[in-house]
Design a protein around this ligand. Structure first.
Ligand code: BTN
Length: 258
């Protein structure tokens, strides 16, 4: 199947016309000891998003999950989520889309709402969702045994076939060859995956969230503050009225500009 997709990357590719979820297939492969496999499906019938949400996955998108065995502790493995967001953002920019990262793992096309703001106050960089990343892992506190990084990118699809405030490469810049898009994502991800510093630098450079005043909903309540940085493990640093607060990726239920 790798040949069918015509890719030249450090991942072997398993391509399917349809799967319930590429993350589920990748988890199966991970459990049998596989590594460095990219599972792709033209469409998913049970695509999953974060927090148990559904992920619309019509034919034409890039629905892909990577099977990885990075030999690192779980906190460090979280950086792979950021690397995936950077890789997708770069591929989208190359396709002509004005993409940026919304912490922790959303790739959005920022919309400047200032025109609608009657007070003319600071523009809020909300945006429409282009892609999301769903990372799942298993293992010990000292070292993960495997990580599955699932990326869902709305490529050659109509936003009307997607949920919520979504956009697509088609809507922003026109259709692209998916094989080329996937190749770019894999190359960029491959260059970053063993390089936390480069990942964090690139992530900071692509972030729509940094410098923004945001509200983060967590299971312990809401936090409001200015997003000032990400930590070495990808957690968000907020400057709040009560001082600095750090929000870990797993704690965030929702983040929006205020
Ligand atoms: C999010 O909620 O933003 C994450 C969405 C992740 C969707 C991708 S599509 C490929 C992989 N398979 C899934 O079922 N989910 C991920």
């Amino acid at each position: 199947p790798a040949v069918e997709f015509g890719l030249d990357a450090s991942f072997s590719v398993e391509y399917h016309d349809a799967l319930p979820s590429t993350n589920d297939r990748a988890r199966e492969l991970a459990a049998t000891g596989e590594r460095d496999v990219a599972v792709l499906a033209d469409r998913q019938t049970g695509g999953r998003g974060r927090r148990g949400r559904e992920w619309s996955s019509p034919s034409g998108g890039v629905w892909m999950s990577l099977v990885l065995r990075p030999n690192v502790p779980p906190a460090r493995a979280s950086l792979l989520t950021l690397a995936a967001a950077v890789a997708v953002t770069d591929a989208a920019r190359e396709a002509g889309v004005d993409a940026a990262i919304k912490w922790p793992n959303d790739v959005i096309v920022p919309r400047d709402d200032s025109a609608e703001s009657s007070q003319g106050d600071t523009p809020s960089r909300g945006g429409d969702k282009l892609a999301g990343v769903l990372t799942e892992m298993e293992g010990e506190a000292s070292e993960v045994s495997w990580v599955v990084v699932g990326m869902g990118v709305n490529v050659n699809v109509d936003p009307s076939d997607l949920a919520g405030e979504s956009t697509s490469v088609r809507a922003e810049a026109g259709d692209v060859e998916r094989r080329v898009f996937v190749q770019r994502v894999l190359e960029r991800f491959d260059a970053l995956r063993d390089d936390p510093d480069a990942t964090l630098d690139a992530w900071r450079g692509h972030a729509a969230t940094l410098g923004e005043r945001v509200r983060v909903e967590t299971q312990h309540g809401d936090l409001v503050g200015t997003a000032v940085d990400v930590t070495a493990h990808g957690a968000l640093v907020l400057d709040t009225d009560d001082g600095e607060e750090v929000v870990h990726t797993g704690e965030c239920q929702h983040l929006r500009p205020v």
